[in-house]
Ligand binder design. Structure first.
Ligand SMILES: [Cu+2]
Length: 518
Protein backbone atom coordinates (compact mmCIF):
# COMPACT_ATOMS: atom_id res chain seq x y z
CA UNK A 1 0.00 0.00 0.00
CA UNK A 2 1.29 3.48 -0.82
CA UNK A 3 2.24 5.65 2.12
CA UNK A 4 -0.36 8.30 1.35
CA UNK A 5 -3.09 5.65 1.30
CA UNK A 6 -1.98 4.41 4.71
CA UNK A 7 -2.22 7.94 6.07
CA UNK A 8 -5.72 8.40 4.65
CA UNK A 9 -6.87 5.11 6.10
CA UNK A 10 -5.54 6.02 9.52
CA UNK A 11 -7.02 9.48 9.36
CA UNK A 12 -10.52 8.21 8.52
CA UNK A 13 -10.62 5.43 11.08
CA UNK A 14 -13.43 6.10 13.61
CA UNK A 15 -11.57 4.11 16.29
CA UNK A 16 -8.58 6.36 15.90
CA UNK A 17 -10.80 9.41 15.99
CA UNK A 18 -12.18 8.39 19.34
CA UNK A 19 -8.76 7.46 20.64
CA UNK A 20 -7.37 10.79 19.55
CA UNK A 21 -10.15 12.74 21.21
CA UNK A 22 -9.81 10.70 24.37
CA UNK A 23 -6.05 11.18 24.29
CA UNK A 24 -5.47 7.43 24.48
CA UNK A 25 -3.10 6.98 21.56
CA UNK A 26 -0.20 9.18 20.47
CA UNK A 27 -1.74 9.50 17.02
CA UNK A 28 1.08 11.64 15.70
CA UNK A 29 3.57 8.88 16.39
CA UNK A 30 1.45 6.40 14.47
CA UNK A 31 1.20 8.76 11.53
CA UNK A 32 4.87 9.59 11.69
CA UNK A 33 5.66 5.96 11.04
CA UNK A 34 3.67 6.00 7.81
CA UNK A 35 4.81 9.24 6.25
CA UNK A 36 6.75 12.42 6.95
CA UNK A 37 5.09 15.78 6.22
CA UNK A 38 6.68 18.52 4.12
CA UNK A 39 5.90 21.09 6.80
CA UNK A 40 5.52 20.57 10.52
CA UNK A 41 4.54 23.27 13.00
CA UNK A 42 3.69 23.59 16.65
CA UNK A 43 0.99 26.14 17.37
CA UNK A 44 0.31 27.06 21.00
CA UNK A 45 -2.66 29.02 22.36
CA UNK A 46 -1.82 30.70 25.65
CA UNK A 47 -2.47 33.87 27.67
CA UNK A 48 -0.04 36.73 27.12
CA UNK A 49 0.46 40.48 27.38
CA UNK A 50 0.90 43.06 24.62
CA UNK A 51 1.58 46.81 24.86
CA UNK A 52 -1.41 47.91 22.77
CA UNK A 53 -2.29 51.31 24.16
CA UNK A 54 -0.23 53.84 26.09
CA UNK A 55 0.25 52.61 29.66
CA UNK A 56 -0.72 49.23 31.04
CA UNK A 57 -0.19 46.28 28.66
CA UNK A 58 -3.30 44.44 27.50
CA UNK A 59 -3.94 40.85 28.53
CA UNK A 60 -4.65 38.76 25.46
CA UNK A 61 -4.79 35.17 24.37
CA UNK A 62 -2.49 34.42 21.47
CA UNK A 63 -1.16 31.79 19.15
CA UNK A 64 2.58 31.37 18.94
CA UNK A 65 4.20 29.17 16.34
CA UNK A 66 7.32 27.05 16.11
CA UNK A 67 8.69 25.61 12.90
CA UNK A 68 9.64 21.97 13.31
CA UNK A 69 10.20 21.10 9.64
CA UNK A 70 10.06 23.14 6.43
CA UNK A 71 11.31 26.42 4.97
CA UNK A 72 11.92 29.25 7.44
CA UNK A 73 9.55 31.43 5.37
CA UNK A 74 6.67 29.18 6.53
CA UNK A 75 6.12 31.21 9.70
CA UNK A 76 6.10 35.00 9.78
CA UNK A 77 5.58 36.72 13.10
CA UNK A 78 3.81 40.07 13.00
CA UNK A 79 5.79 42.57 15.04
CA UNK A 80 4.44 43.10 18.58
CA UNK A 81 1.03 41.82 17.61
CA UNK A 82 -1.34 39.50 19.47
CA UNK A 83 -2.23 37.84 16.16
CA UNK A 84 -0.83 34.39 15.46
CA UNK A 85 2.04 33.99 13.00
CA UNK A 86 1.26 34.21 9.29
CA UNK A 87 1.48 30.62 8.04
CA UNK A 88 2.67 30.40 4.41
CA UNK A 89 2.01 27.11 2.64
CA UNK A 90 2.17 25.88 -0.92
CA UNK A 91 -0.45 23.90 -2.75
CA UNK A 92 0.44 20.21 -2.64
CA UNK A 93 2.33 20.33 0.65
CA UNK A 94 1.60 17.76 3.31
CA UNK A 95 1.27 19.60 6.59
CA UNK A 96 1.29 18.55 10.21
CA UNK A 97 0.32 21.04 12.89
CA UNK A 98 0.55 20.18 16.55
CA UNK A 99 -1.92 22.41 18.41
CA UNK A 100 -1.16 22.86 22.11
CA UNK A 101 -3.83 24.29 24.36
CA UNK A 102 -2.43 26.33 27.27
CA UNK A 103 -5.73 28.16 27.94
CA UNK A 104 -7.87 27.42 30.99
CA UNK A 105 -10.69 26.19 28.79
CA UNK A 106 -11.14 23.78 25.86
CA UNK A 107 -10.17 24.88 22.37
CA UNK A 108 -9.62 23.57 18.86
CA UNK A 109 -8.39 25.26 15.66
CA UNK A 110 -10.23 25.56 12.35
CA UNK A 111 -8.36 26.30 9.09
CA UNK A 112 -10.90 28.63 7.52
CA UNK A 113 -11.32 28.02 3.79
CA UNK A 114 -9.20 24.88 3.53
CA UNK A 115 -10.67 21.63 2.25
CA UNK A 116 -9.25 19.10 4.71
CA UNK A 117 -10.20 15.68 6.15
CA UNK A 118 -12.82 15.61 8.89
CA UNK A 119 -10.25 15.10 11.67
CA UNK A 120 -8.28 18.15 10.53
CA UNK A 121 -11.24 20.55 10.28
CA UNK A 122 -11.49 21.65 13.92
CA UNK A 123 -15.06 20.59 14.71
CA UNK A 124 -16.00 21.64 18.29
CA UNK A 125 -16.42 18.01 19.33
CA UNK A 126 -12.63 17.64 18.94
CA UNK A 127 -11.84 20.46 21.38
CA UNK A 128 -9.00 19.61 23.77
CA UNK A 129 -8.59 20.69 27.40
CA UNK A 130 -5.76 22.74 28.92
CA UNK A 131 -2.45 20.97 28.61
CA UNK A 132 -3.65 18.67 25.83
CA UNK A 133 -2.61 18.54 22.18
CA UNK A 134 -4.40 17.95 18.92
CA UNK A 135 -2.46 16.90 15.85
CA UNK A 136 -3.64 17.95 12.41
CA UNK A 137 -2.50 16.17 9.26
CA UNK A 138 -3.65 17.40 5.88
CA UNK A 139 -2.55 18.10 2.36
CA UNK A 140 -2.97 21.62 0.94
CA UNK A 141 -5.30 21.15 -2.03
CA UNK A 142 -6.60 24.74 -2.13
CA UNK A 143 -5.71 27.28 -4.79
CA UNK A 144 -3.40 30.13 -3.88
CA UNK A 145 -5.27 32.52 -1.63
CA UNK A 146 -5.59 34.18 1.76
CA UNK A 147 -7.15 31.76 4.23
CA UNK A 148 -7.02 32.04 8.01
CA UNK A 149 -7.17 30.12 11.26
CA UNK A 150 -9.08 30.63 14.47
CA UNK A 151 -10.51 28.61 17.38
CA UNK A 152 -13.84 26.80 16.99
CA UNK A 153 -14.82 25.46 20.47
CA UNK A 154 -18.46 25.03 21.44
CA UNK A 155 -20.03 28.41 22.37
CA UNK A 156 -16.61 30.01 23.00
CA UNK A 157 -15.45 30.88 19.49
CA UNK A 158 -16.42 34.55 19.77
CA UNK A 159 -14.72 35.09 23.12
CA UNK A 160 -11.52 33.28 22.10
CA UNK A 161 -11.16 35.13 18.80
CA UNK A 162 -11.91 38.42 20.56
CA UNK A 163 -9.15 37.72 23.09
CA UNK A 164 -6.70 37.55 20.17
CA UNK A 165 -6.69 34.02 18.76
CA UNK A 166 -6.55 34.34 14.96
CA UNK A 167 -4.00 34.36 12.18
CA UNK A 168 -3.55 34.44 8.42
CA UNK A 169 -2.80 31.31 6.40
CA UNK A 170 -1.53 32.17 2.93
CA UNK A 171 -1.36 29.53 0.20
CA UNK A 172 0.71 30.04 -2.93
CA UNK A 173 0.85 28.02 -6.15
CA UNK A 174 2.46 28.10 -9.59
CA UNK A 175 -0.49 29.87 -11.22
CA UNK A 176 -0.07 32.76 -8.81
CA UNK A 177 3.76 32.70 -9.12
CA UNK A 178 3.49 33.20 -12.89
CA UNK A 179 1.80 36.60 -12.41
CA UNK A 180 4.74 38.08 -10.50
CA UNK A 181 2.42 39.96 -8.15
CA UNK A 182 3.98 42.46 -5.73
CA UNK A 183 5.57 40.51 -2.88
CA UNK A 184 7.92 41.08 0.02
CA UNK A 185 7.66 44.75 0.95
CA UNK A 186 5.12 45.13 -1.88
CA UNK A 187 2.63 42.93 -0.04
CA UNK A 188 0.60 44.57 2.73
CA UNK A 189 -1.19 42.10 4.99
CA UNK A 190 -4.14 43.76 6.71
CA UNK A 191 -6.14 41.89 9.35
CA UNK A 192 -9.05 44.15 10.29
CA UNK A 193 -10.59 43.96 13.77
CA UNK A 194 -12.45 46.14 16.24
CA UNK A 195 -12.05 46.00 20.01
CA UNK A 196 -13.33 47.76 23.10
CA UNK A 197 -11.01 48.67 26.00
CA UNK A 198 -11.67 49.64 29.59
CA UNK A 199 -9.87 52.51 31.34
CA UNK A 200 -7.06 50.11 32.30
CA UNK A 201 -6.42 49.11 28.66
CA UNK A 202 -8.09 45.71 29.06
CA UNK A 203 -10.38 44.15 26.48
CA UNK A 204 -14.09 44.47 27.21
CA UNK A 205 -16.33 41.66 26.09
CA UNK A 206 -19.96 41.23 27.10
CA UNK A 207 -20.57 37.55 27.36
CA UNK A 208 -17.36 37.12 29.38
CA UNK A 209 -19.16 38.33 32.47
CA UNK A 210 -22.09 36.04 31.76
CA UNK A 211 -20.05 32.91 31.10
CA UNK A 212 -17.19 33.60 33.47
CA UNK A 213 -14.88 32.56 30.68
CA UNK A 214 -12.46 35.42 30.89
CA UNK A 215 -10.11 35.49 33.84
CA UNK A 216 -11.46 37.19 36.92
CA UNK A 217 -11.44 40.95 36.87
CA UNK A 218 -10.23 41.25 33.31
CA UNK A 219 -12.22 42.99 30.63
CA UNK A 220 -15.65 42.80 32.12
CA UNK A 221 -18.29 45.14 30.79
CA UNK A 222 -20.27 47.28 33.20
CA UNK A 223 -23.52 47.31 31.31
CA UNK A 224 -26.80 45.86 32.43
CA UNK A 225 -27.54 42.24 31.56
CA UNK A 226 -30.29 43.10 29.08
CA UNK A 227 -28.13 45.54 27.12
CA UNK A 228 -25.35 42.95 26.98
CA UNK A 229 -27.79 40.33 25.75
CA UNK A 230 -29.00 42.64 22.99
CA UNK A 231 -25.45 43.41 21.95
CA UNK A 232 -24.63 39.74 21.81
CA UNK A 233 -27.71 39.11 19.71
CA UNK A 234 -26.61 41.72 17.19
CA UNK A 235 -22.91 40.84 17.38
CA UNK A 236 -20.30 42.46 19.62
CA UNK A 237 -18.74 45.65 18.24
CA UNK A 238 -15.60 47.45 19.33
CA UNK A 239 -15.01 51.21 19.15
CA UNK A 240 -11.29 51.07 18.31
CA UNK A 241 -10.05 49.85 14.93
CA UNK A 242 -7.05 47.54 14.75
CA UNK A 243 -5.00 46.44 11.77
CA UNK A 244 -2.70 43.46 12.42
CA UNK A 245 -3.30 43.98 16.12
CA UNK A 246 -2.25 47.66 16.09
CA UNK A 247 -4.66 50.49 16.83
CA UNK A 248 -5.16 52.61 13.68
CA UNK A 249 -1.55 52.24 12.49
CA UNK A 250 0.34 54.54 10.15
CA UNK A 251 2.51 52.64 7.68
CA UNK A 252 5.33 54.13 5.61
CA UNK A 253 5.03 53.08 1.98
CA UNK A 254 6.94 53.72 -1.25
CA UNK A 255 5.78 54.99 -4.61
CA UNK A 256 4.95 51.63 -6.18
CA UNK A 257 2.16 49.09 -6.61
CA UNK A 258 1.04 47.25 -3.49
CA UNK A 259 -0.82 44.00 -3.15
CA UNK A 260 -3.12 44.62 -0.17
CA UNK A 261 -4.48 41.44 1.35
CA UNK A 262 -7.45 42.20 3.56
CA UNK A 263 -9.10 39.90 6.10
CA UNK A 264 -12.08 40.91 8.20
CA UNK A 265 -11.30 39.02 11.42
CA UNK A 266 -13.80 41.07 13.45
CA UNK A 267 -16.44 39.24 15.46
CA UNK A 268 -19.36 41.13 13.97
CA UNK A 269 -18.39 44.37 12.24
CA UNK A 270 -19.04 44.90 8.52
CA UNK A 271 -16.77 47.17 6.48
CA UNK A 272 -17.48 49.21 3.35
CA UNK A 273 -13.85 49.74 2.40
CA UNK A 274 -12.53 52.56 0.24
CA UNK A 275 -9.31 54.57 -0.18
CA UNK A 276 -9.55 58.12 1.14
CA UNK A 277 -8.12 59.65 -2.07
CA UNK A 278 -10.73 57.99 -4.27
CA UNK A 279 -8.24 55.49 -5.73
CA UNK A 280 -10.01 52.50 -7.24
CA UNK A 281 -10.25 49.28 -5.26
CA UNK A 282 -8.67 47.05 -7.92
CA UNK A 283 -9.91 43.67 -6.74
CA UNK A 284 -7.87 40.72 -7.96
CA UNK A 285 -9.05 38.07 -5.51
CA UNK A 286 -11.49 37.02 -2.81
CA UNK A 287 -11.90 34.23 -0.26
CA UNK A 288 -10.88 31.45 -2.64
CA UNK A 289 -7.96 33.13 -4.40
CA UNK A 290 -7.51 35.05 -7.61
CA UNK A 291 -10.40 36.14 -9.80
CA UNK A 292 -10.23 35.36 -13.52
CA UNK A 293 -10.02 39.08 -14.30
CA UNK A 294 -9.54 42.12 -12.09
CA UNK A 295 -12.49 44.31 -11.13
CA UNK A 296 -12.31 48.04 -10.47
CA UNK A 297 -14.65 48.80 -7.57
CA UNK A 298 -15.28 52.01 -5.69
CA UNK A 299 -15.86 50.08 -2.45
CA UNK A 300 -15.32 46.57 -1.15
CA UNK A 301 -17.84 45.14 1.29
CA UNK A 302 -16.11 42.85 3.75
CA UNK A 303 -18.33 40.87 6.14
CA UNK A 304 -16.79 38.99 9.07
CA UNK A 305 -14.42 36.20 7.84
CA UNK A 306 -14.29 37.48 4.25
CA UNK A 307 -11.05 38.35 2.43
CA UNK A 308 -10.21 40.65 -0.47
CA UNK A 309 -7.03 40.86 -2.52
CA UNK A 310 -6.62 44.40 -3.83
CA UNK A 311 -3.97 46.24 -5.86
CA UNK A 312 -3.12 49.82 -4.94
CA UNK A 313 -0.93 51.87 -7.27
CA UNK A 314 0.89 54.60 -5.37
CA UNK A 315 3.57 55.14 -8.04
CA UNK A 316 2.35 58.60 -9.02
CA UNK A 317 1.39 59.77 -5.53
CA UNK A 318 3.24 62.80 -4.21
CA UNK A 319 5.93 62.36 -1.62
CA UNK A 320 4.47 62.99 1.83
CA UNK A 321 0.89 62.35 0.74
CA UNK A 322 -1.34 60.07 2.80
CA UNK A 323 -3.90 57.52 1.76
CA UNK A 324 -6.23 56.18 4.42
CA UNK A 325 -8.04 52.86 4.35
CA UNK A 326 -11.54 53.81 5.39
CA UNK A 327 -14.87 52.21 5.99
CA UNK A 328 -17.48 54.55 4.54
CA UNK A 329 -20.64 55.40 6.45
CA UNK A 330 -23.74 53.32 5.73
CA UNK A 331 -27.11 53.00 7.49
CA UNK A 332 -26.95 50.59 10.45
CA UNK A 333 -30.27 49.21 9.18
CA UNK A 334 -28.41 47.80 6.16
CA UNK A 335 -26.83 45.29 8.54
CA UNK A 336 -30.03 45.24 10.62
CA UNK A 337 -30.65 43.92 14.08
CA UNK A 338 -32.48 41.22 15.92
CA UNK A 339 -33.56 42.99 19.08
CA UNK A 340 -36.21 45.53 19.86
CA UNK A 341 -33.96 47.83 21.84
CA UNK A 342 -32.16 50.83 20.45
CA UNK A 343 -28.48 50.93 19.59
CA UNK A 344 -26.32 50.08 22.61
CA UNK A 345 -22.85 49.70 21.13
CA UNK A 346 -20.52 52.71 21.44
CA UNK A 347 -19.77 52.71 17.70
CA UNK A 348 -22.69 51.29 15.67
CA UNK A 349 -22.51 49.32 12.44
CA UNK A 350 -22.08 51.71 9.54
CA UNK A 351 -20.15 54.41 11.40
CA UNK A 352 -17.48 56.04 9.21
CA UNK A 353 -14.07 54.65 10.22
CA UNK A 354 -10.41 55.07 9.47
CA UNK A 355 -8.57 51.75 9.72
CA UNK A 356 -5.03 52.74 8.80
CA UNK A 357 -2.98 55.45 7.13
CA UNK A 358 -0.41 54.88 4.38
CA UNK A 359 2.26 57.60 4.33
CA UNK A 360 3.99 57.85 0.95
CA UNK A 361 7.77 58.35 0.95
CA UNK A 362 9.84 59.60 -1.95
CA UNK A 363 11.28 56.21 -2.83
CA UNK A 364 10.17 54.91 -6.21
CA UNK A 365 9.44 51.18 -6.50
CA UNK A 366 8.17 48.82 -9.19
CA UNK A 367 4.82 49.38 -10.83
CA UNK A 368 2.75 46.28 -11.55
CA UNK A 369 1.13 45.95 -14.96
CA UNK A 370 -2.20 44.21 -14.57
CA UNK A 371 -2.56 41.28 -17.02
CA UNK A 372 -5.82 40.72 -18.91
CA UNK A 373 -6.21 37.37 -17.25
CA UNK A 374 -5.29 36.55 -13.65
CA UNK A 375 -6.29 32.91 -13.36
CA UNK A 376 -8.50 30.18 -14.77
CA UNK A 377 -11.49 28.87 -12.86
CA UNK A 378 -12.65 25.32 -13.34
CA UNK A 379 -16.30 26.14 -12.74
CA UNK A 380 -19.42 25.05 -14.58
CA UNK A 381 -22.98 25.81 -13.60
CA UNK A 382 -24.95 22.69 -12.76
CA UNK A 383 -28.55 23.66 -13.57
CA UNK A 384 -29.87 20.21 -12.70
CA UNK A 385 -28.24 20.08 -9.26
CA UNK A 386 -30.70 19.53 -6.39
CA UNK A 387 -31.88 22.78 -4.79
CA UNK A 388 -32.22 23.12 -1.02
CA UNK A 389 -34.03 26.13 0.41
CA UNK A 390 -32.37 27.33 3.63
CA UNK A 391 -34.36 30.00 5.50
CA UNK A 392 -32.46 32.22 7.96
CA UNK A 393 -34.82 33.43 10.65
CA UNK A 394 -35.05 35.19 14.00
CA UNK A 395 -37.47 33.58 16.45
CA UNK A 396 -37.75 33.26 20.23
CA UNK A 397 -34.81 35.64 20.65
CA UNK A 398 -32.47 33.44 18.64
CA UNK A 399 -31.18 32.93 15.09
CA UNK A 400 -32.13 29.80 13.17
CA UNK A 401 -30.84 28.06 10.06
CA UNK A 402 -33.69 26.20 8.34
CA UNK A 403 -35.64 26.20 11.63
CA UNK A 404 -32.86 24.55 13.62
CA UNK A 405 -30.03 25.53 15.96
CA UNK A 406 -26.72 23.78 16.56
CA UNK A 407 -26.52 20.42 18.22
CA UNK A 408 -23.12 18.74 18.50
CA UNK A 409 -24.04 15.54 16.66
CA UNK A 410 -27.36 16.32 14.99
CA UNK A 411 -27.67 16.22 11.19
CA UNK A 412 -30.97 16.39 9.29
CA UNK A 413 -31.62 14.35 6.14
CA UNK A 414 -31.45 17.54 4.06
CA UNK A 415 -28.00 18.14 5.55
CA UNK A 416 -26.62 14.81 4.32
CA UNK A 417 -24.81 14.79 0.97
CA UNK A 418 -22.57 12.38 -0.90
CA UNK A 419 -18.84 12.96 -1.44
CA UNK A 420 -18.07 15.18 -4.41
CA UNK A 421 -21.76 15.85 -5.13
CA UNK A 422 -22.93 19.23 -6.43
CA UNK A 423 -25.85 21.04 -4.81
CA UNK A 424 -27.53 24.42 -4.96
CA UNK A 425 -28.33 25.91 -1.56
CA UNK A 426 -30.64 28.89 -1.51
CA UNK A 427 -30.23 31.07 1.60
CA UNK A 428 -33.42 33.04 2.24
CA UNK A 429 -32.95 35.84 4.77
CA UNK A 430 -36.50 36.24 6.03
CA UNK A 431 -37.48 39.21 8.18
CA UNK A 432 -38.97 38.11 11.53
CA UNK A 433 -42.42 38.94 12.88
CA UNK A 434 -41.45 42.52 13.80
CA UNK A 435 -39.63 42.95 10.48
CA UNK A 436 -36.33 42.16 12.19
CA UNK A 437 -33.52 40.71 10.14
CA UNK A 438 -29.76 40.91 10.01
CA UNK A 439 -27.13 40.47 7.37
CA UNK A 440 -25.55 37.04 7.91
CA UNK A 441 -22.21 35.94 6.42
CA UNK A 442 -22.77 32.21 5.85
CA UNK A 443 -19.63 30.06 5.93
CA UNK A 444 -19.43 26.48 4.72
CA UNK A 445 -16.50 24.37 5.90
CA UNK A 446 -14.80 22.45 3.10
CA UNK A 447 -14.35 23.45 -0.54
CA UNK A 448 -14.88 26.91 -1.92
CA UNK A 449 -18.24 27.51 -3.63
CA UNK A 450 -19.79 29.97 -6.09
CA UNK A 451 -22.59 32.51 -5.80
CA UNK A 452 -25.13 31.99 -8.60
CA UNK A 453 -27.60 34.76 -7.88
CA UNK A 454 -28.61 37.41 -5.40
CA UNK A 455 -32.22 38.66 -5.47
CA UNK A 456 -34.70 40.50 -3.28
CA UNK A 457 -34.12 42.77 -0.32
CA UNK A 458 -34.34 46.52 -0.01
CA UNK A 459 -31.85 49.00 -1.45
CA UNK A 460 -28.69 48.44 0.62
CA UNK A 461 -25.49 50.51 0.72
CA UNK A 462 -23.38 47.37 1.22
CA UNK A 463 -24.51 45.76 -2.06
CA UNK A 464 -22.28 47.90 -4.34
CA UNK A 465 -19.16 46.48 -2.77
CA UNK A 466 -20.17 42.82 -3.14
CA UNK A 467 -18.55 41.21 -6.18
CA UNK A 468 -19.84 37.59 -6.10
CA UNK A 469 -17.24 37.04 -8.83
CA UNK A 470 -14.98 34.23 -7.67
CA UNK A 471 -14.56 31.28 -5.36
CA UNK A 472 -15.78 31.98 -1.87
CA UNK A 473 -16.28 30.26 1.47
CA UNK A 474 -18.35 32.96 3.21
CA UNK A 475 -21.31 34.52 1.44
CA UNK A 476 -23.01 37.63 2.74
CA UNK A 477 -26.81 37.39 2.72
CA UNK A 478 -28.30 40.85 3.30
CA UNK A 479 -31.66 41.38 5.06
CA UNK A 480 -34.51 40.23 2.81
CA UNK A 481 -32.19 38.74 0.19
CA UNK A 482 -32.24 35.31 -1.39
CA UNK A 483 -28.76 34.12 -2.37
CA UNK A 484 -28.17 30.95 -4.36
CA UNK A 485 -24.83 29.19 -4.12
CA UNK A 486 -23.52 26.17 -6.00
CA UNK A 487 -21.29 23.94 -3.93
CA UNK A 488 -19.45 20.76 -4.82
CA UNK A 489 -18.90 19.05 -1.48
CA UNK A 490 -15.57 17.58 -0.41
CA UNK A 491 -14.44 14.10 -1.30
CA UNK A 492 -13.58 13.69 2.39
CA UNK A 493 -16.38 12.02 4.30
CA UNK A 494 -17.45 13.13 7.74
CA UNK A 495 -19.23 15.72 9.83
CA UNK A 496 -18.61 19.35 8.85
CA UNK A 497 -20.11 22.71 9.78
CA UNK A 498 -21.91 25.57 8.15
CA UNK A 499 -22.74 28.66 10.16
CA UNK A 500 -23.11 32.39 10.40
CA UNK A 501 -19.70 34.04 10.87
CA UNK A 502 -20.98 36.78 13.13
CA UNK A 503 -19.24 34.92 15.92
CA UNK A 504 -21.85 35.72 18.56
CA UNK A 505 -24.51 34.27 16.23
CA UNK A 506 -22.42 31.15 15.74
CA UNK A 507 -22.02 30.70 19.50
CA UNK A 508 -25.75 31.28 20.02
CA UNK A 509 -26.38 28.29 17.76
CA UNK A 510 -26.68 29.77 14.26
CA UNK A 511 -24.67 26.80 13.07
CA UNK A 512 -25.44 23.31 11.83
CA UNK A 513 -23.62 20.14 10.89
CA UNK A 514 -23.73 18.64 7.45
CA UNK A 515 -22.59 15.10 6.80
CA UNK A 516 -20.73 13.85 3.75
CA UNK A 517 -21.39 10.16 3.39
CA UNK A 518 -21.39 7.81 0.42
CU1 LIG B 1 -25.66 35.85 11.70
Amino acid sequence: MRRRAVLRMLASSPVLAFAEVAGLVPVDNLLAQSTAPDVELALTAAPGEIPLLRGTPTHVWRFTGQLVRGATSTLQNLESSFLGPVIRLRRGQRVRIRFRNRLDEPSIVHWHGLDVPELADGHPRFAVARGAEYVYDFEVTNRAGAYWYHPHPHMRTAAQVYQGLAGLLLVSDSEEDALGLPSGEGELLCVLQDRRFDSNNQLVYASAAASGGMRAGRGRGRMGGMAQMMETMNGWLGDRMLVNGHVQPTVDVNRRTYRVRLLNASNARFYKLAWSDGSSMTVIGGDGGLLETARAQRTVTLAPAQRADVLLDLSSHARGSEVRLQSLAFPAADVGRGGMMGETSPLPQGAALTLMTLRVSGTQGPRFRLPDRLSTHDFHEAPRAPVRRVPLTFMQMNWFIDGRVFDMQDVADVETVSPGSTHIWEFVNQPGPMGMAMAHPLHLHGPQFRVLSRTGGMPNALRDGIADAGWTDTVLVLPGETVRIQVTFSKHQGLYLYHCHILEHEDMGMMRNFRIRS
